[in-house]
Design a protein around this ligand. Structure first.
Ligand SMILES: NC(=O)c1ccc[n+]([C@@H]2O[C@H](COP(=O)([O-])OP(=O)(O)OC[C@H]3O[C@@H](n4cnc5c(N)ncnc54)[C@H](OP(=O)(O)O)[C@@H]3O)[C@@H](O)[C@H]2O)c1
Length: 287
């Protein structure tokens, strides 16, 4: 039995991941600050990664084989002033704190979530893990905290736990951005930006949870792995989602720039090292 501590396990990913880990015989302790309940069957510690006292954190990590960090604080209103401050702190302060605590407590392996959104616009090019992160100053507020977070994990090499970073594509499934997209399609307010040829990389949260669970067991050391389903073009994606929810075909608006850069993410390394393949798919549950 593996003892897993899951930081931030009360959210969308936590609820998909914990049952999977428990089914495979692992013991799970969830650490999170807010009122949302932990998934059934997991032990719960009510604390914030940002201010839990060091000795308390060491107590939580005692005997931990694999520490998994999925904590994030995505704001309700992303455009509000200072909205991303807490999420940035979780990346720039929380992860280094966790790495130090894992080193001091003798944790065996650390699995840190990251995001593929930090790659630059690649046009039609496949983006694998060797692609440098985006250096566009306009995207620095998103990219730089992720760079700091990943560097903190890399610094565990040597005297700290072995580690794997999973760069996840945008989540699909209940409780994700797809809920808003469905509502906007039904209300006729989700046009396709540009000519619809921009690439989108997404992954169903259940498939992502399967990749995390495989990482907990295989523990590929010192690896950064992309976890994305087959990329699709934005026009194809939006039209198919509209059909699935019974919404009218979304119009094209050539004056609009796509919300995200064109990112055609390759997960070939995860297929090879984790034996991971998406099963539910980004259309899971929506036809
Ligand atoms: N959503 C996406 O499209 C996407 C894509 C790729 C990768 N990811 C990554 O996947 C992971 C999980 O995302 P999710 O969708 O499951 O997020 P979520 O539903 O918002 O859940 C976030 C979790 O982090 C916890 N958390 C917030 N502040 C914390 C703190 N100070 N200390 C400890 N825990 C804290 C939350 O607990 P409370 O509820 O108690 O605050 C909750 O358990 C994140 O690392 C995210 O970056 C997400």
């Amino acid at each position: 039995m593996t003892k897993v501590v899951l930081v931030g396990g009360t959210g969308v990913l936590g609820h998909a991941l914990v049952p999977r880990l428990l089914d495979r015989g692992h013991a799970v302790t969830v650490l999170a600050p807010g009122p949302r309940p932990a998934p059934a069957g997991a032990d719960r510690v009510d604390a914030s990664l940002l201010d839990i006292p060091g000795d308390e954190l060491a107590g939580v990590l005692a005997g931990c084989d694999v520490l998994v960090n999925v904590a994030t604080a995505v704001p309700a209103d992303p455009a509000a002033a200072g909205a991303w401050e807490l999420n940035t702190r979780l990346r720039e302060e929380g992860t280094p704190r966790l790495v130090d605590a894992a080193r001091a407590s003798g944790v065996g392996h650390l699995v840190q979530m990251s995001i593929t959104m930090v790659y630059p616009d690649g046009g039609d090019r496949l983006l694998d893990e060797s692609t440098p992160l985006d250096t566009d100053p306009a995207r620095a507020a998103l990219v730089e905290p992720v760079r700091v977070m990943e560097q903190a994990v890399r610094r565990a090499s040597g005297d700290g736990p072995s580690w794997t970073v999973l760069r996840g594509a945008r989540f699909a499934g209940p409780g994700t951005v797809q809920d808003l997209q469905r509502r906007r399609l039904l209300g006729g307010t989700l046009p396709i930006a540009g000519d619809g040829s921009s690439w989108l990389s997404m992954v169903h949260v259940r498939d992502f949870a399967a990749a995390v669970a495989a990482t907990v067991e295989i523990r590929p050391p010192g690896m950064v792995l992309n976890i994305a389903d087959e990329p699709v073009r934005e026009g194809e994606y939006t039209e198919r989602l509209a059909r699935a929810v019974g919404a009218p075909p979304p119009p094209y608006d050539r004056s609009l720039v796509p919300e995200l850069p064109s990112q055609r993410v390759s997960s070939a390394a995860a297929h090879r090292l984790l034996g991971w393949k998406p099963v539910t798919g980004i259309w899971g549950g929506v036809g």
